[in-house]
Design a binder for this molecule. Structure first.
Ligand SMILES: Cc1ncc(COP(=O)(O)O)c(C=O)c1O
Length: 400
């Protein structure tokens, strides 16, 4: 079979290539504007100007104030500051936190640590489309609840959560609301006032900016205890010399992606639906995971029954295509994704799930190439699957 001369990248939920214009800004910040933003001399002042301009860009993109943006090393740190910072600031008020079963490990793991320290955490279920019911949030609130942390878009199957409705509930009940928006930032409109969120996490490398940079929105009046102490940068909330190259890159990518926001995301969503319709039409025994409409523009997640996702990912890699088995963090081990299990997909099937996440630079030709080779690959893998038998058209599956 004819191979494309270049590798095809369909794993944008894991990370994205840096836009050349963004890389130039990062390069300039490293070589020309390399000053320490805490110093009063000209290079320092220049670095400070870049820092504050970047802060204003991020603030504008989510409808917040500049002083509500705290720069971090990425989504993981933003989530950690939000969770530990609130727990430490409000533990005297209560020790109960509400989250969902499908959060990223960067939310679940800090919560597990807090549980060991005596906090009580409620993990809300999701429906078969991967969506949390806002009534469940309301019903889970107690006098001890100090924080609700629900993601905007899921990293595995792209489902969008009813953040506005949850935000209304938390606001009415005077509970702090954190939202992990790492997957949705620059793909779905975010307005922190409309959402009624108090904290919101974003990350650079999901939006064509470098890795190792992110931001946390902290609403004015929300007390967050610092988790890193030192020179008092970021108004004492996150010490450490500011990563001006990364931060400038995050801001530049935000500017570029904001400029054609609707057009770009509509194009990506169109390509996603094109891919989905054809896969569902060409291949049998497939489940399209996540909500049919309420999902990230670039996210497709399929369960191919009677296939091991690791085998499928490897096979596609041989053909020069990058996709992911489950979520970015879980690809290397072939455990079924927790998010898919939470949606009620049976574990044996969930093991055959892959995420195909598209970006704005992907083309119909690239998708067609995948569509051309995939049916044969699936048939081949199924024929070699030891526990899959075919009796005429009557297929059955022996569970382990
Ligand atoms: C939903 C979500 N939250 C947090 C993170 C972690 O972000 P980072 O890689 O910037 O630490 C990711 C990354 O995959 C993610 O998808």
């Amino acid at each position: 079979m004819q191979k494309f001369s270049e590798y095809i990248y369909f794993d944008h939920s894991a990370t994205t290539p840096v836009i050349p214009e963004v890389a130039k800004v990062v390069h300039d910040a490293m070589t020309l504007y390399f000053g320490n933003a805490s110093e009063p001399h000209m290079p320092g002042v220049e670095a400070k100007r870049m820092l504050e301009n970047s802060r204003a860009v991020i603030a504008k993109a989510i409808n917040s104030y500049s002083d509500e943006i705290l720069f971090t090393s990425g989504g993981t740190e933003s989530n950690n500051i939000a969770i530990f910072g609130i727990a430490e600031a409000y533990y005297k008020k209560g020790n109960h936190i509400i989250t969902s079963e499908i959060e990223h490990p960067a939310v679940h793991m800090p919560l597990k640590v807090l549980e060991q320290e005596g906090f009580k955490v409620t993990y809300l279920p999701v429906d078969s489309n991967g969506i949390v019911n806002p009534d469940d949030v309301k019903n889970a609130l107690t006098n001890e609840t100090i924080l609700v942390s629900i993601m905007h878009a899921n990293n595995v199957m792209g489902a969008l959560q009813p953040i506005e409705e949850i935000g209304k509930i938390t606001r009415e009940n005077n509970i702090i609301f954190h939202c992990d928006a790492v997957q949705s930032y620059m793909s779905i409109n975010i307005d922190v006032d409309l959402f009624n969120v108090d904290l919101l996490s974003i990350s650079g490398h999901k939006i064509y900016a470098p890795k190792g940079v992110g931001a946390l929105f902290v609403r004015r009046g929300t007390k967050v205890m610092p988790q890193i102490y030192g020179g008092g940068q970021e108004r004492g909330r996150r010490s450490g010399t500011e990563n001006i190259p990364g931060i400038s890159g995050l801001a530049k990518a935000t500017e570029i992606l904001s400029a054609n926001f609707n057009e770009r995301n509509e194009k990506v969503a169109g390509l996603r639906d094109y891919l989905k319709d054809r896969i569902m039409g060409k291949i049998s025994d497939v489940i399209y995971n996540g909500h049919p409409q309420k999902r990230l523009p670039g996210n497709c997640n399929f369960t191919f029954k009677y296939v091991e996702s690791a085998d499928l990912v490897n096979k596609l890699n041989e053909f020069g295509i990058a996709v992911s088995a489950g979520s970015a963090c879980k690809s290397i081990n072939s455990e079924a994704s927790e998010a898919l299990l939470a949606m009620g997909i049976c574990p044996e099937y969930a093991r055959g799930s892959i995420r195909i996440s598209l970006g704005f630079e992907n083309t119909v030709e690239e998708v067609d190439y995948l569509l051309n080779i995939l049916p044969d690959i699936i048939t081949d893998l199924r024929n070699h699957y030891p526990l899959y038998r075919e009796k005429g058209s009557d297929k059955y599956f022996i569970f382990r």
